[in-house]
Write a protein that binds this ligand. Structure first.
Ligand code: ATP
Length: 258
């Protein structure tokens, strides 16, 4: 991967500017700094071959060894409708990958609410959405994604809180990073106008992992909520049969051991 190859692979897309790095701390950090400047262009892309300080939610680490994964952050300028519900950008990233995998490999991936994509029940990608704020208004949304492409990207089992896999491990075929990136970004452009609309929420709902199954929601406080996962509400919160809606926050969804 290099800047020229990226530009060639993505030339059909109306991206903003593109910055490629061999190694970064975190693509989200660079994108947050970049998007703090007023004149950033919508759909500008920060992409790296390796992250040495990749971040998940709540300061957890996201591992991106060199040559083995996609690690990128897309800078988006939210419109007034989009500004109202930033969790929908997490779903946008997840749905874009699900759509790309279906189109390229005829595989149905699942979305583990709120921010992970699963194949074979294992985490193949994680999403971290952050924003630059002016008062209570988000000026820029940074949609960060890490997608494991080869088995080298998969952390050792002792280092993960949830089983992980890569596209090549799950699909059983060689996978080219740039092909996945191109298809994923194409799908993202297609989904964005539908953000928050019924068709987007229902696509999200259709791909929800553990739907109809008993699950546990673990909060940082130690509280555990158990119930059957019924689906996604229009605002992106989660519906269980036993509890009021579960809102996006530092909560972790797990299947119940039955
Ligand atoms: P959980 O998966 O426990 O519900 P989460 O979805 O919030 O939490 P994130 O914070 O988004 O997880 O991601 C960080 C976690 O993902 C790390 O704590 C680690 O367990 C795991 N992880 C780190 N790097 C990778 C990777 N390349 N592939 C899969 N999992 C990873």
């Amino acid at each position: 991967m290099n800047e020229q190859k990226l530009k060639t692979a993505l030339k059909h897309l109306p991206l903003g500017d593109l910055r490629y790095y061999e190694q970064v701390g975190s693509t989200n950090d660079i994108a947050l700094q970049w998007s703090a400047q007023k004149d950033f262009r919508d759909y500008s892309l920060v992409i790296a071959n390796e992250q040495i300080n990749g971040r998940g939610r709540d300061g957890r680490k996201w591992q991106t060894p060199p040559d083995s994964a996609l690690a990128f952050s897309l800078i988006l300028r939210p419109n007034n409708v989009e500004k109202k519900n930033l969790i929908l950008f997490t779903a946008l990233g997840a749905l874009a990958l699900v759509t790309a995998l279906k189109k390229q490999y005829a595989r149905e991936a699942e979305i583990k609410w709120p921010n992970d994509v699963l194949l074979d029940g294992k985490k193949v990608a994680g999403i971290l959405v952050e924003a630059n704020w002016l008062g209570n208004q988000p000026q820029a949304v940074v949609l960060g994604m890490g997608v494991n492409i080869t088995s080298n990207a998969v952390p050792p089992a002792v280092e993960t809180r949830f089983p992980a896999t890569s596209l090549e491990d799950a699909l059983g075929v060689p996978v080219r990073r740039l092909d996945v990136l191109s298809e994923l970004l194409t799908a993202l452009f297609e989904w964005r106008p539908h953000l928050g609309r019924a068709e987007m929420v229902s696509a999200w709902d259709r791909h929800l992992a553990y739907k109809g199954l008993p699950v546990e929601i673990h909060a940082r406080s130690g509280q555990v909520i158990r119930g059957v996962l019924e689906g996604i509400n229009p605002d992106g919160s989660l519906r269980l049969d036993t509890a009021p809606s579960i809102h996006f926050g530092d909560v972790h969804l797990r299947p119940s051991r039955v």
